[in-house]
Design a protein around this ligand. Structure first.
Ligand code: 6GU
Length: 409
């Protein structure tokens, strides 16, 4: 990936020589070029700013040096190639992990570091219309920095670590905080019992020493839910956590990540929704009809579960997880919509919602339903699923799978 940074403080970008980013440059994975905006100012004082038209505090960056600098950068690639222009600024769209992934898919990024009160607005038009650049104004958060340089360091670090080869362990990428909309679980290392002061020992949670991988996974997932609820309750509301899904039919409903507090209602809704499955499959011995409250709570630890509420009432749910035996497969289950709200596309939207939550490296979606559940099978076929020949994962059921479409950029 090629990166060009234009700034009046090129030295500010020196950290891009350090650590993993520096190594990626030396390994040839990153081609970073830093440019001094003043090299494109031709007056005696090499001035890059002037007073704002219309009055107001501070100075505005002049259009001419920026236009020349961006034209020089944009024209320096191979024939026809154009960078995507990223302009950091507090008035931009929030920079998120989703945007980091989007930027990591670009072959070439150019960054324009503004200072003072900002860059003359005509520079943005010029970059888009005359240079043919896609321009993205991006903000790190709701606070004000003196210039874009620190933001560029942050953005480049978030983007570069997603490039193949920059981080040794690809596993550590998929498990991360924010990648699936929940914060990370707490981590511990040796010693198991640490004497933090004379006579005071602090122990690692015993479950982590148990060797019971299922119990560890459940504990970690529970910790993630509790942490997210405590520190970032906004993330539990999946309309924000899962970007880019066709959630139109879910508009007006409150979609959130389920916690143990939702378990009783989930149990009740599942009973109401699966009664027809019992009839259609000539058996009421189906997990959603017979499971206990403890089973539901345990399920919340093993799956990421979403609730859909209308005016507070639980009206739908779905859950998803990596197949424990095949990490490239994303299992979707317990897709349910309250009987009185069926037929409005809510189930289809929830299915899409659970699919969209799958980590980036998932290649296949999987779902299971009763052999006699014609209606479910039709819904899944319409959503692109195909039945796997033979008996499903449980007696009397059928498995259906669907290949994930390659991510479009
Ligand atoms: Cl990206 N730039 C500046 N100048 N201030 C910011 C910011 C960016 N993000 C938050 N504050």
């Amino acid at each position: 990936m090629r990166l060009d940074v234009v700034s009046i403080f090129p030295d500010y970008l020196a950290p891009l020589d350090l650590s993993l980013i520096g190594k990626a440059r030396r390994d040839g994975l990153l081609d970073v070029r830093v440019h001094d905006l003043r090299d494109f100012a031709h007056d005696r004082h090499r001035s890059v700013d002037d007073t704002p038209y219309g009055g107001g505090a501070g100075m505005v960056m002049k259009p001419q040096p920026w236009a020349e600098a961006l034209a020089a950068v944009a024209g320096s690639g191979v024939e026809g190639a154009r960078p995507r222009l990223v302009v950091p600024g507090p008035g931009g769209a929030p920079f998120t992990q989703t945007m980091a992934r989007e930027l990591a898919a670009e072959p070439w990024l150019a960054f324009a570091c503004g200072r003072y009160e900002g860059i003359d607005e005509r520079v943005y038009e010029f970059a888009a219309q005359d240079l043919g650049l896609e321009v993205s104004v991006v903000s790190l958060g709701d606070y004000v920095l003196n210039g874009g340089e620190v933001a560029v360091l942050a953005i480049v670090e978030a983007v570069a670590r997603l490039l193949p080869g920059v981080i040794g362990n690809a596993e550590s990428l998929v498990e991360e905080s924010h990648e699936d909309g929940l914060l990370e679980y707490p981590v511990y290392t040796k010693p198991a019992s640490w004497e933090s002061a004379p006579g005071v020992t602090r122990d690692v949670p015993p479950v982590l020493l148990s060797g019971d991988h299922g119990a560890i996974a459940r504990w970690r997932h529970q910790q993630r839910l509790e942490r997210t609820a405590a520190r970032r309750p906004d993330l539990l509301h999946a309309s924000q956590a899962v970007a880019g899904t066709s959630d139109d039919v879910l508009t007006g409903f409150d979609v959130a990540t389920a916690t143990a507090a939702d378990a009783p209602e989930l149990l009740t809704l599942a009973r109401a929704c699966w009664v027809t499955e019992g009839r259609d499959n000539a058996s009421f011995d189906i997990p959603p009809l017979v499971e206990s409250l403890d089973d539901v709570v345990e399920g919340l630890g093993q799956w990421q579960t979403w609730t859909v509420r209308a005016a507070g009432r639980l009206v739908g749910s779905v859950r998803g997880r990596r197949d424990p035996e095949d990490p490239a497969t994303w299992q979707v289950g317990r897709l349910m919509v309250a009987p009185d709200l069926q037929g409005r596309g809510l189930g289809r939207a929830l299915l899409a919602h659970a699919e969209a939550a799958a980590p980036a490296d998932v290649t296949t979606y999987w779902i299971n339903t009763g052999r006699g559940s014609e209606r479910n099978q039709r819904t899944y076929r319409r959503a692109g699923y195909r039945a796997v020949p033979g008996e499903g994962s449980h007696p009397g059921t059928v498995d259906l799978t669907k290949r994930r479409r390659a991510a479009s950029s």
